[in-house]
Design a protein around this ligand. Structure first.
Ligand code: TRP
Length: 340
């Protein structure tokens, strides 16, 4: 039986952070190394441009940062096809065909896009490319016939829209060229890392993130500013564990959970200061980040080589996407010059 195919992607709008690591990268490395899948990993620079068209330098700079983060955590170009969206022309042609199968009303109903339009303050001035990016995302997924798409919950509407497009396409053109993708979602309780400020989500735009590339000194500063129990003023005061982000991080990242339990007991009884707990968290997070940063440094010494890896991945991705495009053209009947 043919292997399942996975596609994952990130918009290159900055470096990747611990939230990405916990919610996605770690799992992707595991799936990659299981050897059970054909893996495609895409840097979605065109999708990033849909709301950054006037700021292409940001995307350009982030492309290599994201790739370095990938390599640093163990995504591996000899096991996965790692490529750049803008270098795959077939995606754009697929998008054009799919756009004819989607109504404007349907695009406007996509809940994730709706939220983003509000967050970004677009109002009626939403770029057409932004409103239609879920269709382009359907092209990303179907070009590689990915049946498994590991994503966060906010991406479910994209997958739903992709499945609708696949079903319309296959039924209108009486074919089975396109494959319906299924989401692979983080288990409940896993996946979402709160921000340093106690916000439910770690995110670049909220300015509450620990980046994979944050050096120990930066990490120290960030941890010292972290949100704890606002009522825990004196060391002797009993402290609260619930909603205390420092302990939430320890729950997630500490390998010695017996130590965490003991710290919690002391903290709740009173007599354990926030700084002590934070120093322990610093140790724990350094243990996670140091090996990642060592790899990152190694790869960043030869950026030319990193670009070559992306170029090679993009070459292979082109072959696969072009094959699908040919099948799509034939299904629609716009392959006029084949066999003539
Ligand atoms: N929209 C995704 C995000 O913001 C990125 C993305 C682009 C993607 N194309 C994709 C994800 C295809 C999965 C499949 O994170």
């Amino acid at each position: 039986m043919a292997k399942h195919t996975i596609l994952t992607a990130d918009r290159p709008t900055g470096k990747l952070h611990l939230g990405h690591y916990l919610g996605s990268l770690k799992n992707r490395v595991r799936l990659q190394n299981s050897g059970e899948y054909d893996n495609f990993i895409m840097i979605a620079d065109m999708q990033a441009l849909t709301d950054n068209a006037r700021n292409p330098q940001k995307i350009q700079a982030s492309l290599i940062e994201v790739m370095l983060d990938y390599l640093a955590v163990g995504l591996n170009p000899s096991k996965s096809t790692i490529f750049v969206q803008s270098q795959i022309p077939a995606l754009n042609e697929l998008t054009m065909y799919y756009l004819d199968l989607v109504t404007l009303a349907r695009l406007k109903r996509n809940p994730t896009v709706k939220t983003e339009i509000k967050q970004k303050g677009f109002g009626e001035s939403v770029p057409a490319g932004f409103l239609t990016y879920p269709v382009s995302q359907a092209a990303d997924i179907t070009a590689f016939k990915a049946d498994t798409v590991p994503v966060g919950d906010d991406q479910e509407p994209m997958l739903e829209q992709s499945r609708e497009i696949v079903r319309s396409f296959n039924s209108i053109y009486r074919t089975n060229v396109l494959v319906e993708p299924k989401g692979l979602f983080p288990q409940k309780g896993h996946g979402r890392l709160p921000g340093l400020d106690g916000n439910a989500k770690m995110s670049k735009s909220l300015n509450n993130a620990i980046y994979l590339s944050d050096e120990p000194e930066v990490l120290h500063q960030k941890i010292m500013r972290m949100y704890t129990d606002p009522k825990h003023i004196h060391v002797a005061d009993p402290g609260q564990i619930e909603g205390n982000i420092v302990f939430e991080y320890l729950d997630i990242f500490a390998t010695d959970q017996a130590e965490v339990t003991s710290l919690k007991q002391q903290y709740q009884a009173g007599g354990l200061g926030d700084v002590k707990v934070k120093r322990y968290l610093e140790e724990v997070l350094n243990a996670v980040l140091t090996p990642i940063q060592k790899e990152r440094k190694h790869y960043s010494q030869d950026i030319g080589e990193v670009y070559r890896m992306l170029q090679k991945g993009s070459l292979h991705a082109n072959e696969v996407a072009n094959q699908t495009l040919q099948e799509v053209r034939a299904a629609i009947g716009v392959n006029y010059f084949d066999n003539k």
